[in-house]
Design a protein around this ligand. Structure first.
Ligand code: CP3
Length: 347
């Protein structure tokens, strides 16, 4: 069965809302990026954060995977660090490394530098979203922002961190400073999501990618209040809200409590078990291991069908990888996977 563009358009938003769908919708985290030769070409000689501030490049790079793959949604090309750069934090995204902060935040004076984001700080985001809504002709655009723990970790550590030791030391040892920092980051995330939805994004995803490093009781005390506030303040905009993190098997119930419509699940917990942990009233997104795409096609097919079968235990299912597309992934395998998801799930 060939799923044409028109038939595809409704499926993603319907699945997020736990409504009946003609087929399981699919998109891929990091579907834009280094796995695509046309992305590498567009980015030649342009630094990551510079690309994120140019509406022409944002539109082009966001559209690239939509042209290649039969995905049911586009994700806005940007980065979780963009709003922080926009309010004046001195940072860069180093190729092969990730975000690097010139002056890490370790005290109250540092936290106080995180002023609120206003739409005028990111005019290129509004302009690019408006351009994309025209180009996408009905394919939903997902806006996104970083979750407060993940942003805090980059700001406190000064860059990528395996153990998040300084971050957790502040969370455990300086609860008032931690709450102040997390509150300011939640405000920035709320404002950044509002800019994207106001300009025309049809859904939002909060990437709290590294929050799986936190134990459940600490998540409840030190992260959940901030994440809950983000989802509560976005609710009035009326678009589906997706909440994703990596290594969050022990947090899935609490992530359900945080208030998003859809909980993103990494590849470690099968979706039927994830549905049990998240509880009723939520859709799930996920969760094929991105590394499976390097195995022979018959393995990819069998594993993707298993994800679809287990996903039926959820009230709504958006097919995705369990984390972002790895840079050396063959785009033809992703193209085939998107088609397989549609064909194997057609109702
Ligand atoms: O297609 C999409 O999914 C949209 C684009 C997107 C990017 N970053 C583009 C990007 C999204 C959703 C993000 C979010 C992001 N950024 C997260 C959360 C998602 C996740 O993967 O968990 C995180 C943790 C970051 C921080 C960040 N930015 C990292 C760790 C890196 C990789 C550094 C590297 O070179 O290995 C980046 C850079 C980045 N963000 C790239 C892209 C396409 C690569 C930049 C390049 O092309 O050099």
């Amino acid at each position: 069965m060939v799923v044409n563009g028109d038939a595809r358009h409704g499926a993603f938003l319907k699945a997020c809302r736990r409504e009946p769908v003609p087929h399981t919708p699919v998109w891929f985290m990091r579907q834009a990026g280094r796995s695509l030769p046309e992305y590498l070409k567009a980015r030649e000689g342009v630094a990551m954060l510079e690309a994120c501030a140019r509406p022409d490049l944002i539109v082009e790079i966001t559209m690239q995977p939509v042209r290649r793959y039969a995905v049911d949604a586009a994700i806005f090309f940007s980065d979780i660090m963009v709003p922080l750069k926009a309010i004046g934090v001195d940072l860069e995204i180093a190729p092969g490394v990730g975000p690097v902060i010139a002056d890490p935040i370790r005290d109250a004076a540092g936290a106080a530098r995180l002023r609120p984001l206003v739409p005028e700080d990111v005019p290129y985001v509004s302009e690019a979203v408006r351009g994309l809504v025209g180009e996408l002709r009905g394919t939903p655009l997902i806006g996104f922002a970083g979750g407060p723990f993940t942003l805090a970790s980059y700001l406190i550590e000064g860059g990528p961190s395996k153990n998040h030791d300084r971050t957790k030391a502040m969370m455990y040892g300086e609860p008032a400073l931690w709450a102040e920092l997390m509150g300011r980051l939640a405000d920035i995330t709320i404002a950044f999501l509002k800019v994207q939805v106001t300009a025309g994004a049809s859904a939002v995803q909060v990437f709290d990618s590294w929050v799986g490093a936190v134990a459940p009781e600490d998540y409840r005390a030190s992260v959940l209040p901030h994440t809950s506030r983000i989802f509560a303040e976005i609710e009035a905009l009326g678009v589906p809200r997706i909440h994703f993190g990596v290594g969050t098997g022990e947090l899935l119930g609490l992530m359900g409590e945080a208030g998003a419509d859809v909980v993103g699940v990494d590849w470690r917990v099968p979706l039927d078990e994830a549905a049990r942990r998240v509880g009723p009233g939520k859709a799930l997104q996920g969760n094929l291991d991105p590394a499976i795409l390097f195995a022979p096609w018959d393995v990819v097919e069998r594993r993707a069908k298993d994800v679809l079968a287990r996903g039926r235990a959820a009230e709504g299912h958006v097919f995705n990888l369990g984390h972002g597309v790895l840079p050396s992934t063959d785009p033809d395998v992703l193209a085939r996977l998107a088609d397989l998801v549609h064909e194997a799930s057609a109702r």
